[in-house]
Design a protein around this ligand. Structure first.
Ligand SMILES: [Zn+2]
Length: 79
């Protein structure tokens, strides 16, 4: 089991923001990888589906963002 921080690409300001969510995964990537890449051809685990349904506040514009493109949601190993 490894911990991952989740980052999303922001369509508002074209930067990448942390979602402020940490998830534990048994089958996560070794390096930073998008969800779209990591689960290509597979269905997403329920905890990932739940996680990406959350909104993130863009610190630059103050807007609530939700990234619908799984290729723009990144898992980054902690530590
Ligand atoms: Zn932003």
């Amino acid at each position: 089991m490894a911990d991952y921080d989740v980052f999303v690409f922001c369509d508002e300001c074209a930067d990448v923001h942390p979602m402020g969510i940490r998830i534990a995964m048994n089958d996560g990537p070794v390096d930073k990888k998008s969800i779209g890449d990591h689960y290509a051809g597979k269905s997403l685990p329920q905890n990932i589906v739940n996680m990406i349904s959350n909104y993130t506040t863009c610190p630059k514009t103050g807007k609530m963002i939700k990234q619908e493109d799984n290729n723009q949601v990144f898992l980054v190993p902690v530590g």
